[in-house]
Design a protein around this ligand. Structure first.
Ligand SMILES: CCCCCCCCCCCCC[C@H](O)CC(=O)SCCNC(=O)CCNC(=O)[C@H](O)C(C)(C)COP(=O)(O)OP(=O)(O)OC[C@H]1O[C@@H](n2cnc3c(N)ncnc32)[C@H](O)[C@@H]1OP(=O)(O)O
Length: 687
């Protein structure tokens, strides 16, 4: 059983002990009931303390049990919670570390709660496409302001016990301490708990009548088809209008409906996929990451500055190198300005900002990098420039240091050959803005050593990134698939669809922005320059005629006040453009083609299945280690709707045979990826 029982004086202590996070799986639920019975039967025991292991009270229900018989095998979590409530001896929950989901619901079943001020409590079920399913929607509004409870349940973000205890009228915590929480709970049980009094949250009324209309409007606007937050809000509002028992039943019904649905399956897939992506199969068992205590960043531009901030935020000293003092000063000023903006918004204290800036060492001299354990190059995407940088790094860095390139388009194998130590070279592809985007592609070159790969992955996680290993190919995983996605959008445009039709269809699927609104945001000038260079290098290359025409008109997007859409001065809302409409009409007149009509469903299929087809090729070539890694790349780095699980998971839910058939229909000239065809034929899935 996954609990430990002990008695100190007249207090029984039930300690959850189910590594790694005290998930409330069946064995833990059984252990709590067994120990509770033992405490109730022990004449020397007058009160009971329920606690965790210091780092975790509990991370909630065992998510891996959902979909198995264990999750609905008694004792259910509700049964355990009701047993605590009905205990004839007072139960005090001692909350330390993380207390999430079913873990908080368990604590709400205790008669009293003593928490460490730093304890983090939350109901993150919506992030899994669920609602709290063991009374959280009905108990939390009885001990906090309804709006606070609603925000926590519909948003899923945790709060500290210290912050919640400061809320006027809160009845969630009976004590919040800075000292040892279990001892404080024992003392509370011994000295403060009135004999015989065992208050139950379920007997309280929901206090206050705050209007939740504004929250509902906000959730509705942001939902983009994602159901759980609004279902959760309905349940919180129900807590005000029906009996506790009725509310509990409504919650249980809602939970069962959501846990059996596609959106929760997708989000649970995403949760585990991100954690699986950290694991690199095939590494030698004794592979250990090298220590990284000092980092160098070469290039203080937008990417270099953002990359440096990741390490400064993690308390890791950074030496930033530029070729000359002026760009170096400019880069440092940008970093300082970014931190100041966070201070101005109250997201960072001035002291923390100065601490981070104090870890930053600027230089124009490569010799100053000699003591760094990892150097990350973030300079112009030109192989000659990379050669110069890596030649210098190879000359100055100490043996064992790791040389990483942030390149998003160039061959890391080639870059490795610029050095005398190709085994120490790896790609670390950050996404802009590098201090904000969570995805980090770790690019494994042919000669990259196992421990270098492990180190890059480990460092990525230390700075809070979602890391995915990619092999070397043009665009690695994400950008290679993006090129297919954009091509599919252009094919639709050339066949007759408008930018707004395409964008609104994919945004209805759940993307925050469609490809043309993204294009206007990013700006069309850089892409145009790359296309012109490639046209010159390869005259037979098919032209992106419509895009080229808009660029020739100076319509580079928001920065130019016009692009695929028109924009009012100083505003960013995209307005369908008569000019673009005329460009499209002229294009079809010149081609002698009739504009075709496309349903939103077909538009979505064409764009998403193009991602799937390229993902299948990437998987088949071994560029990606797992289909779920591809999903992680698209969820963490490319705005794929999280409640769809990623392109490969989505294809699994649609059915690979359906995907293959559709691809053949859209373009008879393109043979779907062999892996896709093979799996479809065998009735299998990617994940
Ligand atoms: C289909 C029919 C089903 C019918 C069911 C009927 C049953 C009805 C009863 C309903 C009861 C509902 C109870 C409740 O309302 C529901 C829940 O509690 S859902 C879970 C809510 N909790 C969460 O979402 C928290 C998820 N975890 C995290 O956010 C983080 O893990 C953390 C807790 C903040 C810790 O972060 P880190 O320290 O970074 O650690 P990791 O994230 O790397 O995790 C370490 C390790 O643990 C695994 N893990 C974490 N949380 C869970 C979990 N809740 N369940 C299972 N496993 C978990 C994680 O995957 C890692 O594993 P590893 O990669 O090391 O193998």
């Amino acid at each position: 059983m996954s609990t430990q029982y002990s008695v100190a004086g007249s207090v029984a202590i039930i300690r959850l002990d189910n590594p790694p996070v005290n998930g409330l799986g069946l064995s833990t639920r059984q252990g709590i009931l067994r120990d509770l019975t033992r405490a109730l039967d022990a004449p020397e025991v007058e009160s009971i303390v329920l606690t965790g292991n210091g780092k975790f009270f509990s991370a909630g229900a065992d998510i891996s049990e959902f979909g198995t018989s264990k999750s609905s095998t008694e004792p259910s979590l509700r049964t355990v919670i009701e047993a605590l409530e009905d205990s004839t001896k007072p139960v005090v929950a001692a909350l330390e570390g993380t207390c999430f989901g079913g873990g908080l619901e368990l604590a709400l079943g205790a008669h009293y709660r003593v928490a460490a001020k730093s304890a983090k409590v939350g109901l993150p079920e919506v992030k899994l496409g669920l609602v709290p399913g063991a009374g959280g929607t009905q108990r939390l509004p009885r001990v906090l302001k309804v709006r606070t409870a609603a925000d926590m349940i519909t948003g899923g973000s945790p709060r500290t016990a210290g912050a919640l205890a400061a809320e006027p009228g809160q009845r969630l915590f009976d004590r919040v301490v800075d000292s040892d929480t279990v001892i404080a709970a024992m003392q509370f049980a011994d000295e403060t708990v009135p004999s015989g009094k065992r208050p139950r949250i379920r007997d309280l009324e929901v206090a206050g009548s705050e209007d939740l209309g504004a929250l509902r409007a906000q959730l509705t606007k942001r939902s983009r088809g994602f159901a759980a937050p609004l279902v959760a809000l309905d349940l919180v509002e129900k807590a005000r209008s029906v009996s506790f028992a009725e509310g509990l039943d409504a919650e249980h019904t809602a939970f069962l409906q959501l846990v059996g649905g596609d959106q929760s399956a997708a989000l649970r897939h995403a949760f585990f996929a991100e954690r699986t992506a950290r694991k690199i199969p095939g590494l030698a068992a004794d592979t250990a990451a090298r220590p990284v205590q000092k980092v160098a960043v070469v290039g203080a531009g937008t990417m270099g500055g953002g990359i440096a901030m990741n390490f400064l935020n993690a308390g890791i000293p950074v030496t930033v190198l530029e070729t000359a003092q002026e760009p170096l000063d400019r880069g440092l000023a940008t970093i300082r300005r970014n931190y100041q903006a966070q201070v101005d918004k109250g997201k960072l204290t001035p002291e923390a900002m100065e601490t981070r800036m104090g870890l930053l060492r600027p230089t124009v001299d490569y010799a100053d990098l000699a003591d760094c354990d990892l150097a990350i190059e973030a300079v112009f995407e030109d192989m000659d420039v990379k050669r110069a940088v890596f030649t210098n790094l190879d000359q100055v860095l100490k043996p064992g240091a790791i040389l990483a390139s942030n390149t998003s388009t160039l061959d890391v194998d080639t870059i490795a050959e610029f050095t005398s130590r190709p085994a120490d070279v790896v790609g670390m592809h950050f996404f802009s803005p590098a201090n904000v985007m969570t995805l980090l592609e770790i690019v494994r070159a042919d000669k990259t050593a196992d421990e270098v790969l492990a180190t890059a992955s480990d460092v990525g996680q230390r700075i809070g990134k979602v890391t995915v290993v990619s092999g070397v190919c043009d665009g690695f995983i994400g950008n290679r698939m993006l090129a297919r996605y954009r091509r599919a959008a252009n094919v639709l445009l050339e066949a007759g669809a408008s930018p707004e039709q395409i964008d609104s269809a994919i945004e209805g699927f759940g993307y925050a922005m469609g490809p043309f609104r993204v294009g206007d945001l990013a700006g069309g000038d850089i892409g145009w320059a790359i296309r012109k260079r490639r046209y010159a290098e390869n005259p037979d290359m098919p032209r992106d005629e419509i895009s080229d025409r808009l660029c020739e008109m100076g319509r580079f997007g928001q920065k130019a006040g016009a692009g695929w859409y028109d924009y009012e001065p100083g505003r960013r809302n995209a307005i369908p453009s008569p000019v673009v409409a005329e460009v499209l009409e002229a294009y079809h007149r010149e081609k002698g083609t009739r504009r075709q009509e496309f349903s939103p469903e077909e538009i979505v299929q064409r764009l998403v299945f193009a991602l799937v087809d390229e993902g299948a090729r990437i998987l088949d070539e071994g560029i990606a280690l797992r289909a779920s890694d591809i999903d992680v790349v698209y969820l963490a780095g490319y705005g794929f709707p999280r409640h769809r699980g990623g392109p490969m998971f989505y294809a699994d839910t649609v059915g690979l045979a359906t995907v293959e058939d559709a691809l053949r229909t859209f373009d008879a000239g393109i043979e779907p990826a062999p892996l896709l065809t093979r799996l479809a034929k065998e009735g299998k899935t990617f994940n």
